[in-house]
Write a new protein. Structure first.
Lengths: 112, 114
């Protein structure tokens, strides 16, 4: 199995631009999670989906952030417009019914 | 509600010494408990998991953790530290509900001195 795939691995953009992060979960997994990790705030859960349906988006910092999961094999996290304080590493993770989460390699986002 | 507390944001040990990383949890239902490890520039990966079977759980790379219900603890240990163990370690708790929300601790960074 290829594991959780995230793209891009690195993204550098300017303030105000739209950023789209992509995730392909492990085949057969029914839950998908988006996290943000920074030195100051640690690992934060942004949103999670079960069977492609958003279950809890209470961690999404503000309306500039949105996430979709149009099918079982693809999810996006979009930031529009981006701000320097959004700079972080964004992780996608997927899980089956065992509760173990499998993390992707992350996308390092830098907003100038 | 569930929560997890990791005692010590940084732990430093000498190579060959005992590693002990502390984790206490709170859960209203029998919990699933996890330790994940994160190496630099990588995502988290599962080290070991407790799901109400044996209270002593063995994981990868010689790590193990013991579930102590009376102390609500799930401390991670390794008898002899290796330089390659330097990483950040996260304790986590879930309610075993099938992949739903898992609560992660703040993490403990382990330094290993030569």
């Amino acid at each position: 199995d290829a594991g959780v795939i995230q793209s891009p691995r690195h993204e550098v953009t300017e303030m105000g631009q739209e950023v789209t992060l992509r995730c392909k979960p492990i085949s057969g997994h029914n839950s998908l999670f988006w996290y943000r990790q920074t030195m100051m705030r640690g690992l934060e859960l942004l949103i999670y989906f079960n069977n492609n349906v958003p279950i809890d988006d209470s961690g999404m910092p503000e309306d500039r952030f949105s996430a979709k999961m149009p099918n079982a094999s693809f999810s996006t996290l979009k930031i529009q417009p981006s701000e320097p304080r959004d700079s972080a590493v964004y992780f996608c993770a997927s899980s089956d019914d065992t509760d173990t989460q499998y993390f992707g390699p992350g996308t390092r986002l830098t907003v100038l | 509600a569930q929560s997890v507390t990791q005692l010590g944001s940084h732990v430093s040990v000498s190579e060959g010494a005992l590693v002990l990383l502390r984790c206490n949890y709170s859960s209203s239902v029998p919990p699933y408990l996890f330790w994940y490890v994160q190496y630099p520039n990588q995502g988290l990966q599962l080290l070991l998991k407790y799901t109400s079977a044996a209270t002593l759980v063995k994981g990868i790379n010689g790590f193990e953790a013991e579930f102590k219900k009376s102390e609500t603890s799930f401390h991670l240990t390794k008898p002899s530290a290796h330089m390659s163990d330097a990483a950040e370690y996260f304790c986590a708790v879930s309610d075993g509900g099938g992949g739903f929300k898992t609560i992660f601790g703040a993490g403990t960074r382990l330094f290993v001195k030569a």
